[in-house]
Design a binder for this molecule. Structure first.
Ligand code: PHE
Length: 359
């Protein structure tokens, strides 16, 4: 048996010399040290030896095993090193070349504008909040003084969630009704008042949904920013000041705003706010003004707003005798399109990197 071990070791080491790649190295390892390997076989024979020979032979076979293992490991290192050297010796290797940069994503143009909007309102002392996109009919309509027969509820405008009643039927206006995809961010007005009461000063950016045919200027999903300021002695003058300041900071040049009468059930009086065209500065006349934006009127329609209706304050548990204020809602999607001259709304949610990489 002693000879057997010696011969085996010599043969194995000799075979090892001829090995040139990792695969044959692995094969050799299996051949000698594997479960059915040559050395393993000899080791199995140990138990048949007379007892007095066992310790000596046991030691010898362990030593053989260790020698082989080490030789194999050394060979593996040598092979790896050789491979690297070969790679490096082939050509001049410039260690100062920068590595391959991994592509990282960037912020979608819509979110970029949203972040800017948030920053400006935050600087003016507004909190930033959000609310659920799947909303109850109560918050989306009744709580905002939009009665059951109001055309805004039309099946054509609102996505209803099939067979889905709001699970809490307790609301004073006879339950919460069905569930809808919110058609505007205004429902969060009532939620904010319920939760935090007055005074409050908050903007609510978020996604809204309308059941509309899609074209270059209409999408079923778009983004709005709601604003709500409730306090003592608040007037429309504050609204005008805040919006002129906001738009001036956003566009980085002086912007004027004007009010026109408008109707929304949740404000009284209600109004539409326009801002002066950035290209012709409100004149509608500048020679170089293409005025696709203002259509040569000098003004761009921007948002709906008004003094918060008493019914809305009451729905939010705020006493209209003590507090009043205003609310506004504008289209973040439209603002983004104006900002970047995007002409087709559908591009925004297309997921097409050729589009979003431009911003
Ligand atoms: N919710 C209105 C809309 O979607 C906008 C609005 C908000 C109007 C707040 C007045 C006050 O058109």
């Amino acid at each position: 048996m002693e000879n057997q071990l010696k011969n085996l070791q010599t043969a194995a080491l000799k075979a090892l010399e001829g090995i040139k790649d990792e695969k044959s190295l692995k094969d050799l390892e299996v051949q000698y040290l594997g479960r059915k390997g040559k050395l393993t076989e000899i080791l199995r024979g140990l138990k048949n030896l007379p007892d007095e020979k066992k310790p000596m032979m046991g030691q010898l076979s362990n030593k053989t095993k260790a020698t082989l293992e080490e030789a194999l490991a050394q060979k593996l290192t040598a092979l790896a090193k050789g491979k690297l050297e070969k790679e490096l010796s082939g050509e001049f290797f410039d260690t100062t070349i920068p590595g391959t940069a991994r592509e990282i994503g960037h912020i979608h143009p819509l979110c970029q504008v949203q972040e800017e909007v948030e920053r400006i309102f935050y600087q003016m002392g507004f909190a930033i909040a959000d609310g659920p996109e799947v909303e109850s009919e109560y918050y989306n309509f009744e709580g905002l003084n939009i009665s059951k027969d109001h055309p805004a509820r039309d099946m054509q405008d609102t996505f209803f969630i099939a067979n889905k009643e709001h699970k809490d039927s307790s609301h004073r206006a006879g339950g919460h009704g069905r569930m809808v995809l919110r058609t505007h961010t205004s429902p969060v007005q009532v939620r904010m008042l319920e939760k935090y009461g007055a005074p409050t000063r908050v903007i609510i950016p978020g996604r809204v949904f309308r059941n509309e045919a899609t074209d270059a200027s209409h999408e079923h999903t778009f983004n709005q920013v709601e604003g709500l300021l409730i306090d003592k002695d608040i007037s429309m003058g504050h609204l005008k000041g805040v919006m002129a300041e906001f738009l001036t900071r956003l566009f980085g040049k002086p912007v004027k705003v004007r009010f026109r009468p408008g109707y929304f059930p949740f404000v009284e009086p209600g109004l539409e706010l326009d801002f002066s065209c950035l290209l012709c500065e409100g004149t509608g006349k500048k020679e170089d003004c293409p005025c696709r934006v203002c259509k040569k009127t000098g003004w761009v329609e921007f948002m709906g707003a008004g003094m918060t209706h008493e019914k809305v304050l009451e729905a939010g548990g705020v006493d209209p005798k003590k507090y009043q204020g205003w609310a506004f809602g504008f289209g973040l999607t439209r603002l983004t399109m104006m900002r970047h001259g995007i002409t087709d709304i559908r591009l925004l949610a297309s997921g097409d990197l050729r589009f979003s990489r431009q911003f």
